[in-house]
Ligand binder design. Sequence first.
Ligand code: NDP
Length: 478
Amino acid sequence: MIKIQNHINGKYREPLKQKYLDNYNPSKGEVYSLIADSDEEDVAMAVEFAKSALPEWKVLPDEKRFKILNRVAELIDENQNKLAEAESTDQGKPLYVARAEINRAAQNFRFFATAAMQFASESHNMAGYAVNYTLKTPIGVVGCISPWNLPLYLFTWKIAPALATGNCVVAKPSEITPMTAYLLGELCNEAGMPPGVLNIVHGLGPKVGSALVSHPGIKAISFTGGTATGKNIAATAAPMFKKLSLELGGKNPNIIFADCDLDKAVHTTVRSSFQNQGEICLCGSRIFVERSLYEDFKQKFVEQIKKLKVGPALDPDTKVGAIVSKMHFEKILSYIELAKEEGGNLIAGGNIVKPDGHENGWYIEPTLIENLPYTCRTNQEEIFGPVVSITPFDTVEEVLKMANSTEYGLACSIWTENLSKAHRVAAEIESGIVWINCWLLRDLRTPFGGVKQSGVGREGGWYAMNFFTEAKNVCVKL
Ligand code: NDP
């Protein structure tokens, strides 16, 4: 059985205490590999190596840093099939989804490699009197902590800008999906990344994650994960004055007006509800439909979701794969029960699926629930699975009130052919990202992040490059 080890100072290493945890294949519900159960001593060792690598890495000419990071992107592309299969097996996501995500992991490296060549100082001239310039310097050794839903995609989304700006990194992928981060270690070596620049420590969040957050040698934390973990991290990091970027949970609304292009709205809302089993922070989990279109939309939506094949990740016909872990599977099922108790009417799905030969895997049908008050727990709390609610509305004011009623504010989709209405709703919706007549269309230069309890700070483009640097103003009197 493969042993997933830490990657520290350019070498795969056993955890110092030589303890391992089980790693599951969700499609089968079986252990298929072991993962390093590291602790604060492994983190401390990784930080020391990162510190030693820093003096050289931070002054490396931009073009050299570009070449190394760009080579990592090429190697991810060259290994796309291997990485996609590993991701599907480890996470439970269908292969077509994993391929797209591995492609995006390469893009993340390519994008920030290029950004390293373009990132520049600013100058502010006080005419005839003084000139100011702003140096953007690396922070030092930074920590990156990523979740299990889009493993390599989100891992690289953090480490690529951190490295591009000249920092050394100690990173922790989710203990539930460690495989592709493990494989990335050797690709970084092959790309010529100097030892110690990127260190990957595996293990449990409350052990390895919290050791990273509290280590005084780590100067900034970029975290993506649940809101409760984010609060915990903020409470530890804030008194140490660490720079923090927190990308947290969501309970995103899809707002469908009667004047939308119905077929496109249905097709995309099915994707935004059930892609990756609904385990994407950007998935829409509350569908609001203008009353005159409600029945038509519902009927077409149900027709579409009944066609989605639920099955093992590696089966090429699978459209909805396995839920990532037994614990998460049980959490989602408990929310389906809660929805029933709250008066919800299950229009589609709600059942466990047991595909032939994979009876022990964790599968749930795409589920649609109506008749739930917008204030109930099912409509307020993040479920993070293939479960969505549908609710009619009559006016713009009413739908804004319902859409904005949660503690989250990550993303929203609006469907209408009326441009002024779309802009008005976009301005008033409380979220960091708004899609009009689309979903998950991403330009990596745009600000990415949430408001309210969906996070603090923005990632993407210059936002990420600025996060991973300190701005120093130098003023010269003439
Ligand atoms: P968690 O918050 O449980 O975990 C995220 C990461 O933090 C994991 O690597 C985890 O390790 C680690 N961790 C757990 N406890 C601690 C701790 N005390 N200190 C430091 N690190 C810790 O989230 P999930 O992995 O369950 O991911 C799902 C969540 O992520 C959802 O809420 C989702 O909305 C959110 N998310 C947000 C996105 C955004 O951009 N806003 C994008 C994608 C997901 P381990 O897993 O090993 O315990």
